[in-house]
Design a protein around this ligand. Structure first.
Ligand code: ADP
Length: 629
């Protein structure tokens, strides 16, 4: 509960924070960009009016193609109509060819006879040339036809270019088609100048220009003739020609359906005719009334102020009409809108939306935040887990300690109670004078002395353990002969050995070096080892005590033929209070402190203790101590 509850609450808290963060970011961005969009709308409206007013200073009827070129090629609108007064627009004009047929059929008859009946091209060309001065397009065309058949191209060029007036554009176009048919178009050196002249005739800026219907006719055929030739590939030439053709033809169509009076000044309105979506804006200059036609692209051009205003912002925009159809702007399908606003006054009904260029910034920002929260959460959960593990271990340790304490108290009471009880019994017997003779009395007293000795050993062990625990066991290190230590230890244990029927074999090396040790402590070590050897051996107790010198060390080894130990038990026997058989009902006395005292003393002497043992095969405990130099 201590781990799960905080973890779950933390996760819940994190999820709430993430949701709130998302909302806060969205709100902040919306407020931030709302103002920016307002300013951009004002700028877009202003910029468009400036563009319209820039048209004021010119009389466009003196240069209608100039206006068409400017509006279509530079400003990306789709057409224009110009009025000088009420009534039908002056541009585009729906009139017929400007150069009229001035010659009568009779005057041309002789030339036709020569060309078509007698097929005398030379003479026919000659005859047509004489009529050319009249300016009748039919004579110029006849001359070109005859010269082309005679393959007299230079003369044909001269005839076609003789009149620079745009009205001769159709004659020049005729020569171009003749050249193409004859396969001479790309070869003849003068073709380029012919094409240039034709390009200059079409949509000609200035007061002299072809009437719209004728201009369109020539322009379309010119484009067709150019198709598939090298000239067609000239950078942007045919593309702009196509745009101009489309604009002039749209303007011509609109000419019949719109009336300038229907449109408020400088306000873009939808033209309610035709399937195509078209808009128009009327602009009144001091000299003319102009109606600019635009489709979606044109409308976006009219609103181009938005792009300039938002150029520095990280946002993009898209424009929708009143039906929610996308008119233009940046593609960003499925990307959330930050803020939207109606289009500026003077524009058709619709709205503009702002969104972030690189996908959804909200999700990105929120995603970043979520990652931070998840990492923080993960770290906190990890810390909780670590603290949990740590606390678990501490509690476990405390439980083990308590158990150990209880065991210790039970063991100590047991260890003290047994000798005390037997002593009490013996003393009572003596006091009540229930002994038969002196010999028995002495035997009883000996038994009391043995129990006393056992008690003393137990208490001594407790005391040294307690001292050891407090680290107050100050050892008195003195150079000592190892054999003396062995002697003292054997002397103190011999009574017990005799009483228990232990056979002790001694193997002491000669000429042993002295060692600097606390001899009392080392005697305790040996007594403990010898005591254990006796305790943990069956009825036939064969114990061997050896004293040897190995390398630079003096080695005391106690071997027995007792119950032995497993590897696992060997690893634990030096722990405080560890007993292989810890039940109170066990046969041998002791409280699991002997070996930990041994280990402590040996360590304090910078020695080491080795155990070799196998269950059922006896054990050997060897204490290695560094010898004196
Ligand atoms: P104890 O007072 O119980 O003898 P020790 O620390 O001296 O405590 O010994 C720890 C345990 O190691 C003993 O309980 C015993 O099970 C085991 N042990 C010690 N010496 C021997 C030995 N020579 N043979 C087999 N087991 C032994």
């Amino acid at each position: 509960a201590a781990i799960v509850l905080p973890t779950v609450s933390l996760l819940w808290f994190m999820s709430r924070v993430v949701i709130n963060e998302r909302l806060v970011i969205r709100q902040k961005l919306a407020t931030l960009y709302e103002g920016e969009l307002k300013e951009a709308s004002a700028q877009a409206q202003h910029q468009f009016l400036v563009r319209l007013n820039a048209l004021n200073s010119t009389d466009w009827l003196q240069n209608p193609n100039g206006l068409l070129r400017r509006l279509v090629l530079e400003e990306h609108f789709q057409g224009v109509l110009i009025w000088s007064s009420d009534g039908p627009p002056a541009f585009p004009s729906a009139g017929g060819p400007s150069a009229s047929n001035v010659l009568s059929d009779e005057q041309l008859n002789a030339a036709w006879q020569l060309e078509f009946v007698e097929q005398d091209m030379e003479a026919a060309a000659e005859r047509y040339a004489q009529l050319a001065a009249s300016g009748d397009p039919r004579s110029a065309a006849g001359q070109i036809r005859c010269l082309a058949k005679l393959e007299r191209w230079d003369a044909a060029f001269a005839a076609a270019i003789a009149n620079a007036d745009p009205s001769s554009a159709s004659t020049r176009l005729l020569l171009l088609t003749q050249l193409k048919e004859a396969g001479m178009m790309e070869e003849h050196p003068l073709t380029t100048s012919l094409v240039e002249q034709l390009a200059a005739d079409l949509f000609k800026p200035g007061a002299e220009f072809l009437p719209s219907t004728q201009n369109l006719l020539v322009a379309r055929r010119f484009l067709e003739t150019l198709q598939g030739t090298e000239l067609d590939a000239v950078e942007g030439f045919s593309a702009s020609l196509k745009q101009l053709i489309a604009a002039e033809s749209l303007s011509l169509t609109a000419r019949d359906v719109v009336s300038v009076a229907d449109y408020p000044v400088d306000q873009i309105r939808r033209i309610n005719s035709g399937a195509e979506r078209l808009y128009a804006v009327r602009h009144s200059t001091p000299l003319n009334e102009i109606l600019i036609l635009m489709d979606d692209e044109g409308l976006m051009s009219a609103l181009s102020g938005y792009r300039d205003a938002l150029a520095d912002a990280e946002v993009q925009f898209r424009v929708f009409d009143v039906q929610g159809r996308l008119i233009g702007g940046d593609a960003g399908e499925g990307i959330d809108t930050i803020v939207s606003a109606p289009l500026p006054t003077g524009s058709p009904e619709g709205h503009i939306e702002l969104f972030f260029e690189n996908g959804d910034m909200f999700n990105k920002a929120a995603g970043r935040q979520i990652t931070v929260y998840i990492w923080t959460g993960a770290m906190v959960i990890l810390v909780i887990l670590l603290v949990g593990i740590f606390a678990g271990q501490a509690v476990g340790r405390q439980i083990r300690l308590n158990k150990m304490k209880n065991n210790f108290i039970a063991t100590v009471s047991h260890e003290l109670k047994t000798p005390l009880a037997s002593m009490r019994l013996l003393v009572d017997t003596l006091l009540e004078k229930r002994v038969r003779d002196e010999a028995h009395a002495e035997e009883y007293l000996n038994m009391i002395a043995r129990e006393n000795e056992r008690l003393t050993r137990v208490i001594e062990n407790f005391l040294s353990f307690s001292r050891m625990e407090r680290n107050r066991n100050a050892f008195t290190m003195l150079p000592t002969a190892p054999a003396d230590i062995v002697e003292d230890a054997v002397e103190s244990i011999c009574t017990k050995y005799k009483a228990n029927g232990c056979k002790l074999e001694m193997d002491l090396a000669h000429e042993l070096p002295e060692i600097t040790v606390d001899s009392d402590a080392l005697v305790t070590v040996l007594i403990n080892l010898l005591d254990n050897a006796c305790k943990y051996t069956g009825t036939d107790k064969q114990i061997r005590l050896s004293l040897t010198v190995e390398n630079e060390e003096v080695c005391f080894a106690v071997s027995d033929n007792g119950i032995g130990l497993t590897r696992r038990q060997i690893r634990k026997i030096f722990n405080h209070f560890y007993q292989v058989d810890s039940s109170l009902a066990r046969s041998s006395e002791g409280c699991g402190l002997g070996l930990s005292i041994v280990w402590f003393i040996v360590n304090a002497h910078k020695g080491r203790i080795d155990v070799e043992s196998r269950p059922g095969e006896g054990s050997t405990f060897s204490v290695h101590l560094p010898r004196n130099d």
